[in-house]
Design a protein. Sequence first.
Length: 230
Amino acid sequence: MKQRSPAFVIGLIASIILGFGIVAGVVLSLRSIAGLGYEPSMLQATKTGLNTAELDLATFPDSHVCHADQGEPQIDWVTYCPSTSLEVPPNSLITVVIKQYDGASGLYNDFFQKVQGTVGGVAMYNNKPMSQIKADDAAHTFTIQSQPDEPNPIFVSVPLLGVPDNAPNLANGYPKPNVIEFQFRTGPAGHVYIWHCYVPCGNDRESPYGFSGPMTTTGFMAGTVTVTNY
Ligand SMILES: [Cu+2]
């Protein structure tokens, strides 16, 4: 067997240690990403015809329906359901239907009380078209934004009307939802947008802390909209 120089052996040991360090670094950074939320399984909009599709979502005042396995404190967080990782087809008219089961916590920024970027500039609230709601009546918003330098920007923002605080709970433990429906158009495939709720609906729901918890966690009040062929 050929004799190796001490320098070679030291180099070998150093690279093994460095290798472990890199692997540990990757694992730790992935863990910190997990700390910001997680990526739920993809929800594809259901194709309803040539270049049309429907996305069915819900918003709940807690996570018992959508994140039953999450434990404390996440189980008590407000959430979108069944997923926040959304996929829609390209060059299509997308109809979004949101069943909104939560009470209002209100907006601080009136910009988000307006319906923006939808077809016709309106959303249907229980079948009634409106272009805005009262800021105090918003439970959540569904707001799609574009990443920097996005060549096909999309901006859509729809405030979701809260159910009255005294609305009776039904058999499933939730009140009758407000049904909010709106449409927007997608461009070419291969573009990823982000979306977020802008009602400070997080943990204690009081300024300025309402942006904590579910509001900073993908899988609850934020996610992605990916335009892709399927
Ligand atoms: Cu929200």
